[in-house]
Design a binder for this molecule. Structure first.
Ligand SMILES: [Zn+2]
Length: 680
């Protein structure tokens, strides 16, 4: 809940004319990285090690990172580009026009870098929020305080924002989701030693933050108990992250008076007015049971405990933007303990990340001007088109799907909207007042803007030009309600993508990411949304049953994989991502095959055929290393499998891989025919 929870729609979450022109100019194209391959490993036994083992051996995970690969390294080097942009903007901001993009990002970054001022302000930076909480004297005051904190995107105990109406996807409605302090509801209940230890550490962390905010030790320890008690009660009424994968489980559209019946002691009319949202709009309550628990807490928890709980939410949200002791305590628990990061990133890098998070489209605009060429965009768009075509052809040949469902699937495919690089329309930040006087005030300004910017969408037709990730982000997503696949410029870097790379390298690198995002339109969640983005069953019952049994094959395959400490992957949790990877690699491979038709066969590279290059590129682009001690939290909370299994899981099912490397039946990378999973 510490992140800016806006736009609550679930983000599930990679032979063209420019290539021809490059070939025509005889420019040498980059291929796969031969030196990263571990030739001691057998590709038919452990392809993860073979494709990228030498790179991983030579590039240990930096202490400030949990995962590491060439892609992660590319993401970190993007931050160096952004660093250059921001240092320059900050140095010259006083001479740049007010309200200009340079002034905005320069002053925000400059204030963030002013550690001396931030340290001198200490907890006083939070006076406005803490005084608001201390002034609560009645339930009406409490409600007003919750609304005021929500204006700053301090979303407790629930998060609020816009979402597309799952039953009328052209329209945006209001949405409320549950929120907790620890990463997942099971953290509050699991009975194993590690979970007990985590709760103990959380209590100590909450208490330490209250001490930093001025409480004495005994009061701080008591405050931590209050926070734990309230959060545990709210967690008890929350869905698990596997349950949350079912869109029907969070589909509860109501009128305001119905929501009012769930929580009679919370004045929703006032709340909507405070956030400038028309109370007549439709409202989806993700988790009605959570709201009933909220009601119980309103009735049974004293105002003094509520004040403690809200104070904690402010401290939790603000800590990374406060003075050094807060930053260190936040890092010690949330990063060092929970995520097992060894070292904090340097201040400049954290300030770059905060600028990206808070003013992403201002910074993103500067970033693409510097880095992303029209040729790169065109080549990427061509690949997306070809991979969509590959799925089109694939659907036509599926033997397990009826013509009736095929028709609907093709209809859905034809309305896919790919977005590449950067938004066509950038956000207008002219209402955001950034100064060099107080970094926390700047953060609040940016957060208020984000809340307003999101709230103004509610009750209106959907705006298809908006993006759910910032331009420099090294990631991609599928949004089922918009039926769109989105690839920010930040992921379109080697080893994923290079405008000067071979088709084998690009189709094997970003290709499976494109195929993966497309496949999300047809995974366990995406299959429940139709071509218009409506939450609706469009499968015949027999086809859907077959689809589920094919999904079960993937669940069983991944549940069989173990990570450090003997923990198993949770096949149900990683199902969507794993169907995405399986479909993604296959579709990218089909598109790559098609791209070679009618042209001279591309040359081998260091003895590797084009087909082998394709698979090596997949292994290199996807082959992250994750700290062994971080695998536990990853496996418990992340819907992706750890990278080793992301690389080898799909390949073991693909006869195309077996053929490319002449692997034999019985090899570890070849699943027995009767156990092979195929969905798309
Ligand atoms: Zn995904």
């Amino acid at each position: 809940m510490r992140f800016l929870h806006l736009g609550l729609a679930a983000l599930l979450c990679a032979s063209c004319f420019c290539a021809f022109s490059l070939y025509a100019q005889n420019k040498p194209l980059h291929g796969i990285d031969i030196n990263d391959i571990d030739r001691k490993a057998n590709p038919c036994q452990d392809f993860y090690e073979f494709a990228n083992g030498t790179w991983r051996a030579n590039n240990p995970i930096p202490p400030s990172m949990v995962m590491w690969s060439k892609r992660w390294a590319a993401g970190e080097s993007t931050k160096e580009v952004l660093h250059g942009i921001l240092e320059e903007a900050a140095a010259h901001s006083s001479s740049t026009p007010a309200k200009s993009t340079d002034r905005l990002v320069g002053d925000y970054y400059g204030a963030c870098m002013d550690e001396k001022q931030i340290d001198a302000q200490g907890v006083k930076a939070l006076n406005r929020e803490l005084e608001l909480i201390q002034s609560i004297g009645s339930v009406a005051d409490l409600e007003r305080a919750i609304a005021r904190l929500h204006e700053e995107a301090i979303f407790a105990p629930f998060a609020f924002g816009s979402t597309q109406d799952p039953h009328n996807p052209q329209q945006v409605i209001a949405d409320a989701a549950a929120g907790l302090g620890l990463p997942e509801r099971d953290y509050y209940f699991k009975d194993d030693d590690k979970s007990k230890e985590t709760r103990q550490k959380y209590l100590e962390h909450v208490a330490a933050m209250f001490v930093l905010a001025g409480s004495d030790k005994a009061a701080a320890a008591a405050a931590a108990q209050v926070v734990m008690r309230m959060e545990t009660a709210l967690a008890g009424a929350s869905l698990t992250n596997v349950e949350l994968r079912d869109p029907y489980a969070t589909d509860h559209k109501m009128k305001l008076d119905e929501v009012q019946k769930l929580t009679p002691d919370f004045n929703w009319g006032e709340y909507f007015r405070a956030l400038s949202v028309d109370p007549r709009v439709a409202f989806n309550v993700d988790q009605p049971k959570f709201m009933q628990e909220f009601q119980r807490q309103l009735q049974q928890t004293s105002l003094s405990d509520w004040k403690t709980y809200l104070t904690w939410q402010v401290l939790l949200t603000a800590a990374p933007a406060l003075s050094t002791p807060f930053v260190q305590e936040d890092f010690a628990f949330n990063h060092q303990y929970l995520q097992v990061t060894k070292e904090m990133k340097p201040r400049w890098k954290r300030c770059v990340e905060f600028t990206d998070a808070d003013l992403g489209e201002a910074l993103g605009k500067k970033y693409v001007e510097k880095t992303f060429s029209p040729e790169a965009k065109a080549r990427m768009q061509e690949m997306v088109k070809n991979i969509l075509l590959a799925l089109h052809d694939d659907i036509l040949t599926l033997t397990w799907m009826s013509n009736e469902t095929k028709q609907k699937a093709l209809e859905k495919l034809s309305t896919f909207n790919p977005k590449v690089g950067y938004p066509d329309k950038w956000k207008d930040y002219s209402s955001v007042e950034i100064t060099r006087n107080s970094y926390w005030n700047d953060v609040v300004e940016a957060r208020r803007f984000a809340v307003r910017d999101d709230a103004q969408l509610i009750g209106k037709p959907v705006d298809r030009l908006r993006w759910g990730m910032t331009t420099p982000t090294s990631n991609a997503y599928y949004n089922p309600q918009l039926n769109e696949i989105v690839f920010p410029a930040g992921i379109l870097l080697p080893p994923m993508f290079d405008v000067n790379a071979t088709d084998a390298a690009n189709y094997g690198g970003i290709g499976p990411v494109i195929g993966h995002e497309i496949s999300h339109g047809f995974d366990d969640q995406g299959a429940k949304y139709d071509a218009t983005g409506e939450l609706k069953d469009w499968w015949t019952p027999a086809d859907y049953k077959e689809f589920q049994s094919r999904g079960q094959c993937v669940v069983d395959q991944f549940s069989g994989y173990t990570v450090a400490g003997g923990l198993h992957e949770n096949g149900k949790l990683v199902l969507g991502e794993s169907i995405g990877d399986l479909g993604g690699v296959k579709l990218a491979y089909l598109a790559f095959q098609k791209s070679m038709q009618g042209k001279p066969r591309p040359p081998d590279q260091d003895g590797f055929t084009p087909e082998q290059q394709f698979f090596v590129s997949w292994g290199q682009a996807r082959g992250d290393e994750i700290r062994p001690d971080a695998q536990r939290q990853f496996v418990l909370t992340n819907p992706h499998p750890v990278s080793k299994y992301r690389v080898i899981g799909p390949l073991c099912n693909l006869p195309e891989f077996q053929k490319a490397f002449s692997c034999k039946a019985g090899d570890a990378m070849v699943r027995p025919v009767e156990q092979r999973c195929t969905v798309w």
